[in-house]
Design a protein around this ligand. Structure first.
Ligand SMILES: Cc1cc2nc3c(=O)[nH]c(=O)nc-3n(C[C@H](O)[C@H](O)[C@H](O)COP(=O)(O)O)c2cc1C
Length: 184
């Protein structure tokens, strides 16, 4: 396995503020990552899920190692990606930890099941992708978590929940969404 790491501490660096401002322009699909099994479960809202490869099926997500869910990634060895539709914004809100809700309490008010790994997946999510952790790459404040997909399922197509300019948006509730979902 090859990897190239360059140490760039002496290189010019944009300010965090200008970087954040640039990233606010990047519209992203909103997912809830779930982790743990049984009573020891947690999760968080993310926009950093990216497909990695189809053969083998794998994806990655970037997770803040200071988040309350992080210890479970290291101990559980599995996680799930729950891609949200526009009607699931309340679930996204709970999983940001707003109001101090943490751990198992974040799962209240929605229906959950399991697929292959035993990690909870959201019933009715646009897609639920259940993963075994293949590799964790710690970098800066975050970790790149690579998941090998053990099981995946999709719901009927509908408008996805996205995040842009610091706001939730339902992508294409207009003509484009109608055209796309009708052609599925
Ligand atoms: C739209 C959106 C996208 C987010 N994406 C990420 C992400 O990709 N990675 C991450 O670590 N945190 C992300 N967060 C922040 C986490 O949801 C939040 O910090 C975390 O759940 C709260 O941390 P806690 O579990 O320690 O309370 C995102 C938040 C929002 C609202």
């Amino acid at each position: 396995m090859n990897s190239l790491v360059r140490h760039l501490d002496a290189e010019p660096s944009a300010s965090p503020a200008s970087f954040r401002q640039a990233m606010r322009q990047l519209a992203g699909a909103v997912s809830v990552i779930t982790v743990g099994r049984g009573d020891a479960i947690s999760g968080m809202t993310v926009s950093s899920v990216t497909s990695l490869s189809a053969e083998p099926p794998s994806l990655l997500v970037c997770i803040n190692r200071n988040s309350s869910s992080w210890p479970l990634f290291e101990s559980c060895g599995a996680f799930a990606v729950n891609v949200l539709h526009a009607g699931q914004q309340p679930v996204a809100d709970r999983f940001t930890g707003r109001g101090g809700i943490s751990g198992r309490a974040r799962f209240e008010g929605a229906e959950w099941t399991t697929l292959a790994t035993g990690v909870p997946v959201l019933v009715g999510a646009l897609a639920a992708v259940d993963c075994t952790i293949e590799e964790i790459i710690s970098r800066h404040s975050h970790a790149i978590v690579i998941g090998r997909v053990a099981a995946a399922r999709v719901a009927d197509p509908q408008a996805p929940l996205t995040y842009w300019q610091g706001e939730y948006l339902a992508l294409g509730r207009g003509a484009d969404a109608a055209r796309i979902t009708e052609s599925e």
